[in-house]
Ligand binder design. Sequence first.
Ligand SMILES: [Zn+2]
Length: 127
Amino acid sequence: MARQHARRTCHFCGAQARQPEMTRQAIFVETGQSKASLSGATIIGAVVGSRSARRSVIRTLFNTGGRSYYRQREVWCCDDPTCVDEAVEASRQSRKIRGVPIWVGVAVAAVVGLLILLMFAAAPPAL
Ligand SMILES: [Zn+2]
């Protein structure tokens, strides 16, 4: 005899429940094929010294065809309000990330670079 309802795993808390207690939530996930994902946040990360962000920037510079791909993905979510909130956030957050313009990162990098130059100009290394 077949089971009435398949057990589903909540994407957010990992709890398992029967399908009727779970809802399908559409979230955005970055598809992992293209590693050369570059966002304004990544450039800022590279400037402040994140090694992985720097690698990502370098990869992108040498792979002009690289870009981020986001795909809508349906996941199961239990009826826990925390998980429902997370699902809403995950769908909203990804849209936000997708929309971060690269020039924001470039502008921040330029400002930080200028500040470093000013620091050196104001306090030259003692001889
Ligand atoms: Zn959950």
